[in-house]
Ligand binder design. Sequence first.
Ligand code: FE2
Ligand code: FE2
Length: 212
Amino acid sequence: MKMKSLKDLLAEQLKDLYSAENQLVKALPKMAKAAENEQLRHGFEQHLEQTRHQVERIEKICERLDITPKGKKCTAMVGLITEGKELMSEDADADVLDAGLIAAAQKVEHYEIASYGSARTWAEQLGLREAVSLLEETLNEEKETDQKLSHLATEMINEHAKHGEDGDGEPSGRQHRELGQEREHEDGQRHSGAMQQHDGRKSEPEMHEAGR
Ligand SMILES: [Fe+2]
Ligand SMILES: [Fe+2]
């Protein structure tokens, strides 16, 4: 199709995102299964639900604009998911794998943020108000997910992964994590329930800052 207008470009972007999101609907359960950390697994499951709604939003926008969402393959997402699969096939300590899964997921979120951001800007320029608000809704979810992942990575998982090879006598894998969680409880609430905590009131001001 020859792209002659911004509307054509928006249509291509929406098709691309439709493919990307549908690929993620298939990939996220595998990432959740591979994740050892409970909060991370829960986060992936939660984002899977969001992603299903995101697919529906694209369908709604396309319906209004008389665009067929199917028929394009997002090759960038194919690549990102392939890298995630490569990671999951590695023989890795559970904590290290979790740290890698977070990074893989953040690459996906950043790609989505860039794509939805462009699509929203174009929709704005075209005066498509309903599309703008639907795209923004998804964009905010992607940004929030990215923040939750950052939080989880810095507060919990990377800390465990760092000690994986120290030979400090602690067992690795699930048992190691359970010990790690006990440690977290001991030093207060700073590390515990990072994902849930971020869902609460604390995340509001951060979200507003990063959401623009
Ligand atoms: Fe998404
Ligand atoms: Fe996402």
